[in-house]
Design a protein around this ligand. Structure first.
Ligand code: PSU
Ligand code: MN
Length: 311
């Protein structure tokens, strides 16, 4: 037993799948507690797990439960995280040792989920949107720890790009500096979460899950540790009107400035404001894009697990 595995609990089906080299997809929990309102958050988490199963992989929703790093939450654990909502600690890399040492429960961000997934041996992770460089970061220095994690931890993160609550141009610059490939799945454009096009391009375009899996294998075979952003645009039918979402985001940013919101509260505050201002329409889009990411992540995990693929 390695020192870290003493802190790690795997659900039986996750453990079995990993032992047999079967595909597993990691899922995060901050999206449940801080990214969507109850009870849609719990319903969505369940649907995402079912979607992963339907596409041939085992879902592992990740959180810290009473001090245990947990990959593969039970239904009751998901319900508890969703019901508690923002009262649950939001756990990124810097928070993990405190939460574990004190036996607390926390919802893991993309960064912390990547860490636990990598410990467990899970290489593919589906979420909604990643954190990034915030607007105004030249003054605030507010850069999500997700980006640094992508630089160091070898997990592919399938997302719908990032919300334009962030400075997407600076986010791409940061990822370039850190050597993190940003792949477009069947697109040349970086998607902006609710919309298919942010006005920025991706580094490389790939057409299939198998091609993405092949590139991941080469990256890691070459010893190029670190993550990859797989940007998967929201399905056309569910994409939002750009000017509606832009207006909501501007309003949310103004509200955050007026209230002096800083630090780890910034992202949850902005997510909650955007949800509130746009009402049900953004929530519906959010749910659809996460399901879409779960499907692609499952296909990538299946391709990676194919005989001869990961050696
Ligand atoms: N962006 C979203 N939905 C989310 C998050 C970001 O559209 O749920 C969450 C993710 O868990 C992400 C975290 O890892 O917020 C980033 O927080 P911060 O910016 O404080 O690093
Ligand atoms: Mn931040």
């Amino acid at each position: 037993m390695t020192p870290e595995s003493a802190h790690l609990d795997l659900a039986p089906d996750v453990q079995l799948a990993l032992r047999q080299g079967q595909p597993v997809v990691a899922l995060e929990s901050t999206i449940i507690s801080h990214g969507m309102p109850y009870p849609d958050n719990v319903a969505t988490a369940r649907r995402v797990e079912a979607e992963v199963r339907r596409h041939g992989a085992v879902p592992a929703t990740i959180a810290v439960v009473e001090g245990r790093l947990t990959a593969g939450l039970s239904e009751a654990q998901i319900e508890a995280l969703g019901r508690a909502g923002p009262a649950v600690a939001k756990v990124s890399r810097r928070d993990l040792p405190y939460i574990v040492a004190t036996g607390r429960t926390g919802a893991t961000t993309v960064a912390a989920t990547m860490i636990i997934a990598a410990m467990a041996g899970i290489r593919v992770f589906a979420t909604g949107g990643i954190g990034g460089v915030h607007r105004g970061a030249t003054q605030t220095f507010d850069i999500s720890a997700d980006l640094q994690e992508l630089a160091r931890t070898s997990v592919a993160v399938v997302c719908a790009g990032a919300k334009s609550i962030l400075d997407l141009g600076l986010t791409l610059e940061y990822l370039e500096t850190q050597g993190v490939p940003v792949l477009g799945y069947q697109t040349d454009q970086l998607p902006a979460f609710f919309t298919r096009d942010s006005g920025f391009g991706v580094d490389h375009r790939l057409e299939s899950a198998a091609d993405i899996a092949a590139m991941l294998k080469v990256k890691w075979d070459l010893g190029l540790d670190g993550g990859v952003v797989v940007a998967n645009p929201i399905p056309e039918a569910h994409a939002m009107n750009r000017s509606d979402i832009d207006r909501a985001i501007e309003q949310a940013l103004a509200d955050a400035r007026a209230r002096g919101v800083t630090g780890k509260e910034t992202t949850p505050f902005l997510l909650e404001r955007v949800n509130a201002i746009t009402g049900g329409s953004s929530l519906a889009a959010n749910i659809e894009l996460v399901l879409n990411n779960a499907r692609l992540a499952s296909a990538i995990a299946v391709a990676l697990a194919a005989p001869g693929s990961m050696g």
